[in-house]
Design a protein around this ligand. Structure first.
Ligand SMILES: CC(C)(COP(=O)(O)OP(=O)(O)OC[C@H]1O[C@@H](n2cnc3c(N)ncnc32)[C@H](O)[C@@H]1OP(=O)(O)O)[C@@H](O)C(=O)NCCC(=O)NCCS
Length: 428
């Protein structure tokens, strides 16, 4: 079917609501606009729209995604007015690791609406498309970086801290034992191995997908660097171009302290005269090696990744092995003492058996979970609770609708504060 056949259209009422089912077929929006998957003939217009509304480098960023065999054009949707592309969004496939559990995730990216078409619900509709596609792909969470507040309208909540970027006090001397060069495809195994090691210490981690590594080699918004010593890659990082006399080094990883220092010296020397800032990855080798070379100003304004939990039951169910590990580690795994997490409009009961946790059973409203041996967490605080830095104890100090209830020790063990390290295509 084509969009010109009225029977192919799903009529959506005046203010376009979030689409709640997969949109393999085009969908009609008010005003004769049509939302559909992108096609090759849209590419030039998508790039022009992204460059116009965002950064010039977004055009190439998008082309790399659209032309990649792992993602392709179906990862992007557009809203068209006739032949004119007036809004677009892309959904990337990601994987989030939480402890030992791997969670398929989606990331909304490369979002823009033509200025003439703003405020008509086009991104609301595209977000609905993205969430339907995400559900189809089995994603249990969506993670994204976005403009302030906007995405909270679509079920996202701020959950995970974005790491701070710190100015340098000084640069280390050139050791003369290594070279810094731009990474090539042949370096990808070494780059992924270095990042795997760097991320091992974090409770929550999101690596670059294989496709994203390919885009990072080719795109212009940042440059992948490696430090090579005696023929081996011993450190890696990603730096932005100099903008207004400042540039950033992110995603630094190293095999040893000297490699980390050589990375910093090499990147700083690549733009003499410009001020380099380094993105802090607490607990990693570069963070330790650079400790005396960076300013340690306290965290300024909050910067956080957005997270959306589309189906709390499915997510809690996938996390059972992790919850069990936490209970066992704390010595609090008592068979028969069911866990209850109430989101107030609903509650989730997790049976505790001798050998592990039973399937999550979701029921109706439960206003007083403490009396039932449960904890309370408002649904919009579930992502901060499960993935964020505060844990239930920290959140309960700032949120009246999050509390561990009477079985405090159990729920503190179940929901501890977490460290996180997310690698994303777009550098926050
Ligand atoms: C931000 C942007 C994507 C919004 O696109 P849009 O198609 O106008 O968004 P929608 O109309 O679907 O917005 C949904 C709702 O949010 C409101 N809204 C629009 N822009 C908003 C903003 N910046 N902040 C908060 N709410 C906003 C809309 O009025 C609408 O409200 P309603 O549903 O109650 O009617 C668009 O303005 C844009 O392209 N800006 C420049 C590029 C950019 O910032 N991209 C996003 C990068 S993360």
């Amino acid at each position: 079917m084509t969009v010109d056949e009225p029977s192919a259209r799903t009529v959506i009422p005046a203010v376009a609501p979030a689409l709640t089912r997969p949109v393999a077929r085009p969908a009609a929006l008010p005003g004769g606009l049509v939302l559909r998957e992108s096609r090759p003939e849209d590419q030039e217009q998508i790039e022009a729209l992204l460059a116009e509304r965002g950064d010039a480098t977004d055009a190439l960023d998008h082309r790399l995604v659209a032309e990649d065999p792992d993602t392709g054009r179906s990862a992007t949707a557009v809203v068209v007015d006739g032949d004119r592309v007036v809004s677009t969004a892309t959904l990337l496939d990601e994987e989030l690791r939480l402890g030992t559990v791997r969670l398929p995730a989606g990331q909304l990216e490369l979002v823009a609406t033509d200025e003439e078409y703003e405020g008509r619900g086009l991104v609301r509709a595209l977000t609905g498309w993205a969430h339907a596609r995400s559900a189809e792909r089995g994603h249990l969470v969506q993670v994204m970086i976005g403009i302030p507040y906007f995405y909270r309208q679509f079920g996202y909540e701020y959950a995970i801290d974005i790491p701070v970027s710190r100015p340098l006090r000084g640069t280390p001397p050139d050791s003369g034992t290594s070279v810094l060069r731009t990474a090539t495809a042949a370096d990808l195994p070494a780059l992924t191995a270095l990042q795997d090691t760097a991320q091992r210490g974090f409770d929550v981690a999101m690596p670059h997908s294989a496709a994203c590594w390919r885009w990072l080699l080719a795109h212009e918004a940042s440059t992948l660097r490696v430090v090579e010593r005696a023929g081996a890659v011993v450190a890696a990082g990603r730096n932005t171009p100099v903008d207004d006399g400042v540039f950033h080094l992110a995603e630094a990883a190293a095999a040893d302290e000297q490699a980390a220092l050589d990375l910093l010296a090499g990147v700083a020397a690549s733009a003499p005269g410009a001020k380099l800032r380094v993105v802090h990855r607490p607990g990693t080798l570069p963070a330790d090696a650079w400790h005396d070379l960076v300013e340690h100003a306290p965290r300024g304004e909050a910067q956080q990744y957005y997270v959306r939990v589309p189906d709390p039951t499915a997510l809690l169910d996938r996390l059972r092995p992790l919850f069990w590990q936490r209970l066992v580690t704390a010595g609090l795994n008592r068979a028969g003492d069911d866990l209850i997490v109430s989101t107030f409009r609903a509650h989730h009961r997790i049976p505790v058996d001798e050998q592990g946790l039973g399937a999550v059973v979701t029921g109706g409203p439960m206003q007083g979970p403490s009396a039932e041996g449960g904890a309370g967490v408002a649904p919009d605080q579930l992502a901060p609770l499960l993935l964020g830095p505060h844990g239930i104890e920290g959140l309960s100090r700032i949120r009246p609708d999050v509390y561990p209830g009477a079985r405090m020790r159990v729920y503190r063990a179940l929901f501890p504060p977490l460290t996180a390290d997310l690698l994303t295509y777009y550098l926050p």
